[in-house]
Design a binder for this molecule. Structure first.
Ligand code: NAP
Length: 311
């Protein structure tokens, strides 16, 4: 029997969609994915989510959301959806345990994943001095020199966070100007443990020596002078943005060139009737927890109204 609504993915968008849908008696089934709670579970203080004057830790915020959707009867399932067929209704999906599931409507809230540089050495040394998540790994880098790559809010946030552990943090950015918001940039600039290395790109990540799988230095290049240099380093955090998790929907849903799902302006409707998208998976612009939650609410209302119209 087809469920009224399946939500693919958790995080602020998915949980908010589930909350609204459950309270509207749609009995939603929600697949939480491999990282229940999404990107917020690997951040620390969230200071810009309204309602928490003192801030709240990302994992705590997501745990609260999770409890709230369970309270209203959401059928939460661990694991992920591995394949979808949106060519006919009810929509058909298969989960990572091999179960087939059908739904009259679907909300996609699969979020986005950290981008990597793609330079030699990065893959090999990932987890051995190279990381894409300061919150997860910062504590491994006490009293040592680490680098953060990027010039956006993530780089500033990770840089600041790392100074709680590391003795020195070098933020390496490919331009002179920063994409980061003024307040986040200033916080990093005011931090005495942070140095800025601008107009510089990482060309290679090198091990300490040929026999050791452990990051030892970064091969850098100045983008203005062309000069190459080597920075001895103990840790390197890549913070250059994210890519949307939309691989699963290729060929089935319309996407922008960047891979973000296309939705009709002012709604969460994708090009397939009955399939809606919320949160970072369809938002390359705002990408905030609160905007994700907002579009999660919109998706649940859009789905509810669409299902009503079908009846
Ligand atoms: P972002 O704003 O897209 O910034 C990515 C940075 O990485 C840019 O400085 C970019 O350089 C650089 N970059 C991209 N590709 C690169 C490459 N191949 N090599 C070297 N550098 C590269 O991403 P983000 O910092 O993750 O932020 C994403 C969104 O989340 C933003 O809207 C941000 O405001 C939000 N955010 C908010 C908070 C907070 O408020 N607490 C914290 C984190 C993130 P260019 O500038 O030259 O393109």
């Amino acid at each position: 029997m087809a469920h009224k609504l399946v939500i693919i993915g958790s995080g602020p968008a998915g949980y908010t969609a589930a909350l609204y849908a459950a309270r509207a008696d749609l009995a939603p089934v929600q697949y939480e994915g491999l990282q229940p709670g999404g990107q917020l579970t690997i951040t620390t203080d969230v200071e810009n989510f309204p309602g928490f004057p003192e801030g709240i830790m990302g994992p705590a915020l997501m745990e609260n959301c999770r409890k709230q959707v369970v309270r209203f009867g959401t059928d939460l399932r661990s694991g992920r959806i591995d394949s979808v067929d949106f060519s006919q209704r009810p929509f058909k999906m298969r989960d990572s345990s091999g179960n087939d599931i059908e739904a009259e409507s679907v909300i996609i809230s699969t979020g986005a994943t950290a981008r990597l540089l793609g330079v030699p050495g990065e893959d090999h040394l990932m987890g051995y001095g190279v990381s894409a998540c300061a919150t997860c790994d910062a504590a491994f880098f006490r009293d040592v020199h680490v680098a953060v790559i990027g010039g956006g809010d993530s780089a500033m946030e990770e840089g600041n966070y790392l100074t709680k552990f590391a003795s020195k943090v070098s933020i390496i950015h490919r331009r002179e100007e920063f994409r980061a918001s003024a307040i986040m940039l200033k916080r990093a600039q005011d931090n005495p443990k942070i140095e800025f290395v601008t107009n510089t790109v990482v060309e290679e990540m090198l091990p300490r020596d040929a026999d050791t799988r452990r990051l030892g230095s970064l091969k850098l290049k100045n983008t203005v002078s062309g000069e190459a240099s080597n920075m001895p380093i103990d840790g390197c955090f890549v913070a250059i943005g994210h890519k949307p998790n939309t691989e699963l929907f290729k060929g089935q849903l319309d996407m922008h060139d960047t891979g973000y799902l296309k939705v009709e302006a002012g709604t969460t409707r994708t090009n397939v009737e009955g399939v809606f998208a919320a949160g970072d998976v369809a938002d390359s612009v705002y990408r905030q927890a609160i905007t994700a939650a907002g579009t999660g609410c919109m998706a649940a209302l859009d789905a509810e109204r669409w299902l009503e119209a079908q009846e």
